[in-house]
Design a protein around this ligand. Structure first.
Ligand code: FES
Length: 107
């Protein structure tokens, strides 16, 4: 299974193995990792799953859809060039080892 490392704003790191097809939001919330809320359940309606993608992984992701782009304007912590919504990124074998940083605040 692909490994995903979540780095909290505090610097705490959690590495988890996620089944292919899970989203980065599911991987955090179902493994008890603080820093992602996922209030809307993954329907791209809340922006509480905001993450900062490690630069080395950005090229491996498909571009954000229009609704994700709109929700990224609603994040509580600042949007950066590597900001994405965790519920819109599904884990694939190609993403094995991906590192995502969690913002200071989600809501
Ligand atoms: S969980 Fe609500 S936008 Fe991602």
């Amino acid at each position: 299974m692909p490994k995903v490392t979540y780095i909290a704003h505090s610097g705490e790191e959690n590495e988890v193995d996620l089944p292919v097809g899970w989203t980065l939001m599911q991987g955090a919330t179902l493994n008890g990792i603080d820093g992602i809320e996922g209030e809307c359940g993954g329907s791209c309606g809340c922006a509480t799953c905001h993450v900062y993608i490690g630069e080395a992984w950005l090229d491996k992701l498909s571009a954000a859809a229009e609704n994700e782009e709109e929700m990224l304007e609603c994040t509580v912590s600042p949007r950066e060039t590597n900001s994405r919504l965790g519920c819109q990124i599904k884990v694939t074998d190609e993403l094995d080892g991906i590192v995502v940083r969690l913002p200071e605040e989600q809501s």
